[in-house]
Design a protein around this ligand. Structure first.
Ligand code: F0G
Length: 464
């Protein structure tokens, strides 16, 4: 990483620019589309000859070796793979919180519930600020720091802002957060304050926040860290590498991700495609994106005439993906189509049930992450995923990000009566088994024993 070895290519018209030439909104001046980072040496060698690609086995060995190192950049689950994202002039500019390194858990009971033989979850909620955003923030914020920006900013449904505030604080940069007032989980709002961001709650939704911020950054030297910034996706592609490394370089058949602004699925798709290009893997997984029914513009696009994307008014309790006009929709379409994946939508009731099922396996995630399990059930029902296929769910956020949702669910205060009434009998039975409201008792042993006796007679244990 001694020289800048990348450029930006417009994903619409193919125009190529140098990284620092990008406009403040990261859109192409010719066609208004988004850029992606490209590494020209992976395509052609000196004087237009064959590319001199790095040896894949040597890279695998090097990345394994780095696990023994105490260097911060080696301990980062993003920068350990730095040969795959040579976007900085100097590694000294890396801003890291030792992100990545997230576990791949098996979910045997969720597998049974979804109708597959085995199921894995890559838990990106186990990142330093509790969401997958850290992997993209370490890469893009390092670029901001290297290029001398003093201020960074994002519009967010809560997780991007938490991650940005933390990484900006580490780098000594000022950060500016725009969030929709009253529509993000408290845990996320508290993080941005804790990490010293200037936090602005706008009386609009996420899409309204994006509009105002885009205008602001066009007038002032503030570096935009939303996922339109192509350097975000460079970090966010690394969970794909980490995942296949954890599987001894075997590629799962299917990856299921939640869809909001639609950068995450795009980033993972880029990661898998580049790994195949460099000979690290021999095939790519199908990538499917799942949206909430109330925030489903991509699902609508796939199921209507497939012309331009029609923005929707977004409304879902999974506030992280409450987005009606996703910036990276074209990138997501390309990844879904290139890999043979699907786009599904799931209801609020299905999300709540899936979240409780994941929680009951001792893992826990935020509601937006649980759309993956709900979506997998749908894919299996539709015959798009076969029982024996290997599937990995991307759990994007930690359960403590939105504890209010969890408490309301278990107290029976989350879903409306008609939402529960629409659930199948089997789903209703599962809700009844999974709901664990707290018992409030007088402080005496008899009361506790009476309650336990009743509990033992009526409740089915987790292994049933
Ligand atoms: N899951 C969680 C927990 C998220 O926070 C987000 C997005 C997504 C899924 C969707 O990912 O946008 O790449 O399709 N949160 C953004 C934010 C928008 O501001 O924190 P995506």
């Amino acid at each position: 990483m001694t020289a800048i070895t990348h450029h930006l290519r417009c994903t619409g018209c193919g125009a190529v620019i140098e990284g620092p030439e990008a406009r403040s909104d990261f859109r192409c001046p010719n066609c208004n589309d988004l850029y992606e980072v490209e590494y020209p040496s992976w395509n052609t060698g000196p004087n237009g000859g064959a590319p001199n690609l790095p040896n894949p086995n040597a890279m695998k060995y090097l990345w394994m070796e780095r696990r023994q190192s105490n260097l911060a950049m080696d301990q980062s689950g993003v920068w350990r793979f730095r040969e795959m994202l040579p976007i900085l002039s100097s590694p000294a500019n890396i801003v890291t919180l030792r992100e990545g390194n997230t576990p791949l858990y098996d979910l045997p009971r969720c597998a049974k519930s979804a109708g597959v033989d085995s199921l894995l979850a890559k838990h990106q909620g186990m990142n330093p600020t509790g969401s997958f955003k850290d992997t993209g923030m370490t890469s893009a914020l390092s670029v901001a720091a290297e290029r001398g920006f003093k201020w960074v900013a994002c519009a967010s449904t809560g997780n991007t802002s938490a991650a940005m505030a933390a990484y900006a604080a580490r780098a000594g940069l000022r950060s500016l957060v725009f969030i929709p007032e009253g529509k993000i989980a408290w845990g996320k709002l508290s993080q941005s304050m804790d990490y010293g961001a200037t936090t602005i709650q706008l009386k609009t939704d996420f899409d309204g926040c994006v509009r105002i911020l885009t205008e602001l950054v066009s007038r002032f030297p503030i570096y935009l860290l939303n996922s339109v910034n192509p350097y975000r996706l460079e970090g966010q592609k690394t969970p794909a590498l980490e995942m296949v490394e954890q599987l001894d370089w075997n590629v799962p058949d299917h990856i299921v991700v939640p869809g909001g602004n639609l950068a995450n699925g795009s980033a993972l798709g880029k990661g898998f495609a580049e790994m195949q290009r460099l000979g690290l893997i021999q095939k790519q997984p199908k990538i499917s994106v799942i949206q909430a029914t109330g925030a489903n513009p991509l699902f609508q696009w796939f199921n209507n005439d497939r012309a331009g994307l029609e923005p929707v008014y977004a409304d879902t309790r999974a506030t992280a993906i409450r987005i009606g006009n996703p910036a990276s929709w074209k990138k997501a379409v390309r990844v879904i189509q290139a890999t043979g994946g699907w786009c599904e939508q799931v209801s609020e009731q299905e999300i709540a049930l899936a979240k409780a099922e994941i929680g009951a396996e001792g893992i826990g995630c935020e509601p937006a992450s649980a759309v993956t399990l709900a979506g997998l059930k749908q894919l299996v029902r539709d015959g798009q995923v076969q029982r024996e296929e290997s599937v990995v769910l991307l759990l994007t956020g930690h359960t403590l990000k939105d504890s209010e949702y969890t408490i309301q669910y278990h107290k029976g205060e989350l879903l409306q009566a008609e939402e529960v009434a629409n659930a199948s009998a089997a789903e209703q039975a599962k809700h009844n088994t999974l709901r664990k409201p707290p018992f409030v008792l007088e402080a005496n042993l008899d009361a506790v024993l009476r309650m336990l006796e009743h509990e033992m007679k009526t409740t089915v244990g987790p292994t049933a």
